[in-house]
Design a protein around this ligand. Structure first.
Ligand code: HDD
Length: 702
């Protein structure tokens, strides 16, 4: 069978599984037992004004089912969005791992990915300051492999026994259940100030990584050091990386807070819309490989999940690509019921003794039992492997299999000895010699909590540092207990004294003295900065064009054509829905009324020429739209009379720098009267750069 056919077989197998479960609401309404129903609006009662009867089985069934519609939401990562797709390796990786799905270049393995926030409830907003989950289920021919990672490469704690403490600290405070989906409150920062191992991850949490522009534009990390095992049983340490094809990009904090109101589903919608539009998100899987003999070569412990291996020390080897190309049919059945588990591994992939990973290997199975109501959750369509399943486990809540035969034990003779033990293609645990005393103690090799936090800070561009410092001030500024603020600041004096002083000055606590034992090095890892990401594509970027009667379509068209030609999405916004009449007399269909959206849900704004600006200038919403886009460092284009509109806005730097009219500067591109092709090129370059981070916006009203 050719590769193409066997790929199709794997995907078909998964689809068949799902197909068997799919139902469309067609035909007559029935009860759960298939009895046809003639009226679902009136319960059965005695006379028109009399009591309802117990014998109304349709009423009772409908209400009972409704009463049981909810399952416990995930304790963490409750809010998420998912999609199906496939993974294909670029090469055969069998020199490192016997994992079948990595053995043949180009062979496709079906996947489901669920992205999530961590702290908020299921109905919380998407654009909160938080870590994002990035969990991938590979439905391989040898069983399911779950890579349950995050969009940050380290974690808050080193030992899973601290997980409930950390989660209790970051979740809403228990007495009043406030605040929702926010880390900016006393209990989180109380914990941070007392638990220095959180320092490195907190630096990531205060960085722009916590504010992804899109799930499609964030990295993913397996975090732990795992182990690849080849056919001879030889191991190689590995860290897993996902790199987004569109680059790693972030929103700004003010924008995030506004989007929480304007479009709480911003990231979920973005993923859904991109897939529906055929702009399939794509990531590259990478390995950082460390030979076993190099285990102790680093100045940190590979088993410590609060540490990265800098890419400059061990480069990321590109391994394959993942494409998400299908939205689920039913959010609950698929995205809600998918059950990830770090211990879902396949032959060729194994664990290390990272104490955080070891704890996870207990926790995920345990949590699915309560969340999905029993031990048969792997039979739910989205969880079912494409590999054959055959074992002696029986019964339990929600059993969907009808097992045949009289034996459910091993060994047996009455069932022909089945299922039999295999000797080929089996999972063999990596054989590692381990001996020692039973102790409750952290390894001294886990003791340095600050060097890598500093490495991260040193690696950021100036604008990234500025955002991080502002985030600390915001978060600690929300804490009411001054002791909490002081301890947190004192902790970060171990990372960077200047940073700690800056935070202190913003939150009204005394600047800390330089700390004993503080990290003190100027090493950096350029790969950690988002300034080094992909900055040459406008694909799927959303551009708002503010139009009104009199708009100069001829002047606008080349820009719109160029944007659309490169995969950007352009929407025409006007004061009301419907149409506007262009300068040439034609009717132009409007995509949305400006009042139903906001600049924060777009990447850039264009103000065309024509008589439009006069009308726009009379409209505070339009003025605010452009000013806010400017405030958030977005690319702005103005054409012809549109330039006059910019001149009316409170954008002081531009005005003082250029007289009355802004020029092509700081991500603002203008052309008067008309625009040549270089105008579109200039704007596209600004948009591809994501944001004009060097733009000074402090004095621009938010
Ligand atoms: Fe976890 C969910 C990622 C540490 C216990 N975790 C969960 C999800 C992701 C992560 C992405 C959501 C999966 C989904 O979409 O359904 N967790 C991580 C990462 C960690 C980590 C990258 C550190 C490297 N987690 C961690 C520890 C524990 C847990 C140390 C417990 C000892 N995590 C859970 C859980 C969850 C979970 C309670 C909640 C819902 C679920 O598992 O299915 O078991």
């Amino acid at each position: 069978m050719s590769d193409e056919h066997s790929d199709a077989r794997d995907r078909d197998a998964k689809d068949r599984d799902l197909d068997a479960a799919r139902t469309a609401s067609t035909g007559p309404l029935t009860t759960d037992t298939g009895v046809r129903v003639e009226d679902t609006d009136n319960s059965l009662r005695v006379g028109e004004r009399g009591p309802t009867l117990m014998e109304d089985f349709h009423f009772r069934e409908k209400i009972t089912h409704f009463d049981h519609e909810r399952i416990p939401e995930r304790v963490v990562h409750a809010r998420g969005a998912g999609a199906y797709g496939y993974f294909e390796p670029y090469d055969s990786w069998s020199r490192y791992t016997r994992a079948d799905f990595l053995a043949e270049p180009g062979r496709r393995t079906p996947v489901f990915v669920r992205f999530s926030t961590v702290a908020g409830s299921r109905g919380s907003a998407d654009t909160v300051r938080d870590v994002r989950g990035f969990a991938t289920k590979f439905y391989t021919r040898e069983g399911n492999f779950d890579l349950v990672g995050n969009n940050m490469p380290v974690f808050f704690i080193q030992d899973g026994i601290k997980f409930p403490d950390f989660v209790h600290a970051v979740k809403p405070e228990p007495h009043n259940e406030i605040p929702q989906a926010q880390s900016a409150h006393d209990t989180l920062w109380d914990f941070v100030g007392l638990q220095p191992e959180t320092s490195h991850m907190i630096m990531w949490l205060m960085s722009d990584r916590a504010l992804p522009r899109s799930y499609r534009m964030m990295q993913g990390f397996g975090v732990h050091t795992f182990r690849l095992v080849d056919a001879e049983g030889r191991g190689t340490f590995v860290k897993f990386h996902w790199k987004p094809k569109l680059g790693t990009h972030s929103l700004v904090w003010d924008e995030c807070q506004k989007i929480q109101g304007k479009d709480p589903d911003f990231n979920r919608r973005d993923l859904w819309d991109a897939i529906e539009a055929g702009a399939f998100p794509e990531w590259e899987l990478g390995f950082q490989l460390v030979p076993e003999e190099d285990e102790h070569r680093f100045d940190f412990d590979l088993l410590d999940a609060t540490k990265i291996i800098p890419e400059e020390e061990v480069p990321v080897t590109p391994v394959g690509r993942m494409v998400l190309d299908r939205n689920p049919d039913d959010f609950f059945a698929e995205t809600e019921q998918i059950a990830f588990h770090t211990a879902n591994v396949v032959p060729g992939i194994d664990f290390t003794n990272d104490p955080l990973l070891q704890a996870r290997n207990f926790s995920y199975l345990d949590t699915q039992l309560i969340r999905l109501g029993g031990p048969n959750f792997q039979q739910i369509p989205v969880n079912r492997p494409v590999a054959e399943v055959s074992h002696n486990q029986r019964d339990g809540y929600g059993q969907h299999r009808v097992h045949r035969g009289r034996t459910s034990y091993h060994p047996n003779s009455l069932g022909g000895g089945c299922p039999a033990l295999a000797d080929a293609d089996v999972y063999r645990h990596y054989q590692e010699r381990v001996d020692g005393h039973k102790i409750r103690r952290r390894s001294p090799s886990f003791a340095d909590h600050y060097s890598q936090a500093r490495l991260f800070y040193n690696s950021l561009a100036d604008w990234e540092k500025e955002h991080l410092r502002a985030a600390f001030r915001f978060e600690l500024g929300k804490c009411t207990d001054m002791g909490v603020r002081e301890r947190a600041v004192a902790n970060f004096a171990h990372v960077d004294h200047e940073l700690a002083v800056h935070i202190a000055e913003g939150i009204g606590v005394a600047p800390p003295a330089p700390a004993d034992g503080a990290a003190d090095h100027d090493r950096s890892s350029p790969a950690l900065s988002q300034a080094t990401t992909v900055l040459d594509t406008v694909a799927t970027r959303q551009v708002a064009v503010l139009v009104s009667d009199g708009v100069d379509l001829d002047g606008l068209r080349p820009l719109v054509d160029a944007l659309v030609g490169q995969g950007a999405l352009v929407e025409l916004l006007a004061a009301t829905d419907g149409t506007v009449r262009a300068a040439d007399g034609s009717e132009v269909r409007v995509d949305r009324a400006v009042g139903t959206v906001a600049s924060v849900v777009y990447d850039a704004v264009v103000v065309p020429g024509g008589t439009a600006p006069a009308a726009l200038a009379a409209d505070g919403t339009a003025l605010h739209f452009v000013t806010e886009a400017f405030k958030h460092h977005k690319a702005v284009a103005a054409l012809g009379e549109g330039v006059d509109l910019l001149a009316r806005l409170p954008l002081p730097e531009l005005r003082t720098a250029t007289g009355a009219v802004p020029v092509d500067d700081q991500g603002v591109v203008t052309a008067r009267p008309g625009a040549g092709p270089e105008f579109a090129d200039a704007f596209i370059a600004r948009l591809a750069a994501h944001r004009a981070w060097d733009r000074t916006t402090a004095s621009v009203p938010a």
